[in-house]
Design a protein around this ligand. Structure first.
Ligand SMILES: Nc1ncnc2c1ncn2[C@@H]1O[C@H](COP(=O)(O)OP(=O)(O)OP(=O)(O)O)[C@@H](O)[C@H]1O
Length: 599
C-alpha cells in the first residue's frame, strides 16, 4: 500500500522541454538567408534527377522498339541516351555539393558565433565558474549540427527530386502503374512521419542521458579528493554507474525504434515492387508492353527505393540528431532576440504544479538494509511550510536529501515545480531549491562574498534587508560589515549557521529545506530565522529538532517507521500517539542546545 502523506496532488508538471519552433525557426532563417545558394541547390538537384526521370522511359523504348523488335542498334541507341543522362546527372551531383557548402558552412559559422558569445557572456558573469567540458561539448555539438544539417538537406531534396521524377516517369508510362506505386509509397512515408515525434523524444532522452553522464563524471573527477575525504566514493560510483546505465537504456530503446524505419521501407520501397510483379499479367492484359513493365520496375528499384531508403535512414538518424542537438545549442546559448521559450528558468518548470511532489519514494542505505524511507507519497503546494519530525534515525535527513536531489531514490520520483529532479543538472537544481544542512559552510573571504554566494547580483540594500529579516545585522556589524573578511574558525557554530541562513535566504531558489540548520541557535534566534523563511515567497521545509518548529509550521510530517502521518500540529496531537510521545519527549528535555554566540 502506498504510504500517502499530503493533500491530493495537483495535475503534473509540464515535463521536459521538447524541440520546439526554435529549431524550425533557426533552420528556416538559415535557408532564407542563403536563398541564392538554396535555389542553385534546387536547380542542380533537378538536373541530377534527370536519369531518375528518364530511366524507365528510355529502357521501355529500348526494349519495345529495339531489342524485342529485333533492332539491336535502336535498343542500344536508347540505352546510350540513358548513359548520356546519367553522365549529366553525375556532373550535377558534383555541383550540388558546392551549393550545399554555400548553405551549410555559413550556418555553422553562425552557430559557432552564438556559442562563443554565450561562453563569453557566461565567463564574464560575477558567478562564473570555468566549465571547459561544457565549451568542448558545445563545439562538438556545433560540428554535429553542421554535418547532420548537410545530410538532412541532401537526403530530403534527393528524395523529393528523385521520387518526384520517378513518379512523373511512371505517369508517362501508364497512370494506373503510377497509382499502384504511389499508394504504398505514401503509406510508407506516412508511417515514418507519424513515428518521427516519438523517435525525436527518444533521441532527446538519449542526448540528455549523455550530458548527464558527462556532467556527473566531470563533477566526480573534479571533486575526487573531497569524495575520498568524505568517504562518499561508493555513492559517487553508484551515481555515475546509474547514469551510464540510463544512457545505455536510452540507446537500446533508440535502436529498437529503428524497426519503424524498416516497416516504412518495406511499405514504401518493397511493396510497390511486389505489387508490380503480381499485377504484371493483368497490366500486360490491359495492353501494357513488356518494356513498360520493365521500365516501371526500374523506376521503383533504382529511383524510388534508394531515395526512400536514404530519406528514412537520413532523417531517422542524422535528422533526429540535428533537431535534438540544435535544440540543445539554442537552449544553452540563448540570444537576446530569441523568444522566451529558449531562455529563462529551467525548462519544464510548471508554476501551477506543486512545489514538491514525491511519489512512491523509497530509499535504503544498503541492498539488505531496511528502507529508511518506504513508498512515501507527499505533495506540497507552493507556499507551504512543512515541519518534518521524528525520532532520531527516523530518516528526516535522508528525506531532505531525497527531496533536494542529493540522494537518488531507489524507487519513486521527486518533482520540484513539475520538474523531474533526476533529469536536472546541478545548475538547474540550484535554481529550484536550496538545502541548508546542520553543518553550516562558511568560507574564508569577505562577509559579502559569503552572503552573495548563491545570488551574486544582490545589491547591498538587498543583503542588508536579509540580515535584518534574519536578525543577523548585529553579527554583521561585529564582523566589520560586508567588506570585512570572515575567518570561519573564529565564528561559533551558531554564528556560522546565521551566515549560512542569510545566504540561503538570499538565494533565488523558491524551495528552502532547513535540515536542523538552526540547531545551534537559541530558541528566540531560531524563531526569528524560521519566521523570516516562512514569510519569504516560496515553500519551506524544516527538519525540526524542537517542538516550536512544528507548532510554527502550517503542517507537520511525522516520520515513524512505515507509518508516516501528516497534519497540523493539533491534528497530530489528537490522532497520533507517536506524535504525542515525541512532543512529550521534547517537552521533557531539560535544556536546549547552546545559544548563538562565540562558543
Ligand atoms: N550514509 C549512511 N549509510 C548507512 N546508513 C545511514 C547513512 N546515513 C544515515 N543512515 C541511517 O539511516 C537512518 C536514517 O538516518 P537519518 O540521518 O536520515 O535520520 P534522522 O531522522 O535525520 O536522524 P537524526 O534526527 O538523528 O539526525 C539511520 O538509521 C541512520 O543510521
Amino acid at each position: 500500500m502506498s504510504r500517502r502523506a499530503g493533500s491530493p496532488a495537483a495535475p503534473g508538471g509540464a515535463g521536459q522541454g521538447r524541440p520546439d519552433a526554435g529549431v524550425g525557426r533557426v533552420t528556416w532563417q538559415a535557408l532564407r538567408a542563403r536563398r541564392a545558394a538554396v535555389a542553385r541547390l534546387a536547380g542542380w538537384s533537378a538536373v541530377e534527377a534527370l536519369p531518375a526521370l528518364l530511366s524507365g522511359l528510355l529502357v521501355a523504348r529500348a526494349v519495345d522498339h529495339g531489342f524485342l523488335a529485333g533492332r539491336l542498334g535502336v535498343g542500344l541507341g536508347w540505352l546510350a541516351a540513358l548513359a548520356g543522362a546519367v553522365l549529366v546527372g553525375a556532373v550535377a551531383t558534383g555541383r550540388t555539393y558546392r551549393s550545399l557548402g554555400a548553405v551549410v558552412e555559413p550556418f555553422r559559422d553562425d552557430l559557432a558565433a552564438r556559442v562563443v558569445r554565450a561562453a563569453l557572456a557566461g565567463a564574464t558573469r560575477p558567478d562564473a565558474r570555468p566549465d571547459g567540458a561544457a565549451a568542448a561539448r558545445l563545439t562538438h555539438q556545433v560540428e554535429l549540427v553542421r554535418d547532420t544539417f548537410a545530410g538532412l538537406l541532401m537526403v530530403t531534396r534527393g528524395f523529393l527530386f528523385a521520387a518526384g521524377a520517378a513518379l512523373l516517369g511512371l505517369l508517362a508510362l501508364d497512370p494506373v502503374v503510377a497509382a499502384l506505386v504511389a499508394a504504398p509509397l505514401v503509406a510508407g512515408v506516412a508511417v515514418f512521419l507519424a513515428a518521427l515525434p516519438a523517435m525525436a523524444g527518444q533521441q532527446r532522452r538519449y542526448v540528455r542521458a549523455g550530458e548527464e553522464l558527462s556532467r556527473s563524471a566531470a563533477t566526480a573527477l573534479a571533486g575526487h579528493r573531497d569524495v575520498r575525504a568524505c568517504g562518499a566514493a561508493e555513492r559517487v560510483v553508484a551515481d555515475v554507474g546509474r547514469r551510464v546505465a540510463a544512457q545505455a537504456a536510452a540507446e537500446r530503446t533508440l535502436a529498437r525504434m529503428s524497426a519503424v524505419r524498416s516497416l516504412s521501407l518495406g511499405l514504401g520501397g518493397w511493396l510497390p515492387l511486389a505489387i508490380l510483379l503480381l499485377a504484371a499479367p493483368w497490366l500486360v492484359g490491359r495492353g501494357l508492353t513488356a518494356g513498360a513493365v520493365l521500365g516501371a520496375l526500374i523506376y521503383v528499384s533504382t529511383g524510388l527505393q534508394p531515395a526512400l531508403h536514404a530519406l528514412v535512414q537520413g532523417v531517422g538518424g542524422g535528422g533526429l540528431r540535428y533537431v535534438v542537438t540544435l535544440d540543445r545549442i539554442l537552449r544553452t546559448c540563448p540570444e537576446p532576440g530569441d523568444p522566451p521559450a529558449t531562455a529563462g528558468p529551467p525548462t519544464g518548470v510548471d508554476e501551477s504544479a506543486p512545489a514538491v511532489r514525491a511519489r512512491g519514494l523509497t530509499f535504503r542505505y544498503g541492498a539488505a538494509a531496511r528502507p529508511v524511507v518506504a513508498d512515501l507519497t507527499l505533495s506540497l503546494p507552493t507556499g507551504d511550510h512543512l515541519a518534518v519530525v521524528g525520532a532520531s534515525g527516523a530518516g528526516k535527513s535522508t528525506l531532505a536529501a531525497l527531496l533536494s536531489g542529493l540522494l537518488p531514490p531507489q524507487a519513486g520520483t521527486v518533482r520540484l515545480a513539475g520538474v523531474e529532479i533526476s533529469a536536472r543538472g546541478p545548475g538547474e537544481l540550484a535554481r529550484l531549491r536550496v538545502l541548508l544542512p546542520q553543518e553550516a559552510y562558511v568560507f574564508t573571504g569577505s562577509l559579502g562574498d559569503n552572503l552573495r554566494y548563491l545570488r551574486p547580483d544582490a545589491d547591498d540594500a538587498t543583503v542588508v534587508a536579509a540580515l535584518d529579516a534574519l536578525g543577523v545585522r548585529a553579527l554583521a556589524a561585529r564582523i566589520g560589515g560586508l567588506a570585512a573578511p570572515v575567518a570561519p574558525d573564529a565564528l561559533s557554530a551558531g554564528e556560522r549557521q546565521l551566515i549560512a541562513a542569510a545566504r540561503a535566504y538570499l538565494s533565488p531558489a523558491p524551495l528552502v529545506i532547513l535540515d536542523e540548520a538552526t540547531c545551534h541557535l537559541d530558541p528566540a534566534a531560531e524563531a526569528v530565522v524560521e519566521d523570516a523563511f516562512a514569510d519569504r515567497p516560496g515553500t519551506l521545509v524544516v527538519i525540526a529538532h524542537r517542538i516550536s518548529s512544528a507548532v510554527r509550521a502550517r503542517r507537520v510530517l511525522l516520520l515513524d517507521g512505515d507509518r508516516p502521518a501528516l497534519g497540523t500540529h493539533e491534528e497530530l496531537l489528537a490522532r497520533s500517539a507517536a506524535y504525542r510521545d515525541l512532543v512529550g519527549h521534547w517537552d521533557a528535555r531539560p535544556a536546549e542546545r547552546a545559544p548563538a554566540g562565540r562558543g
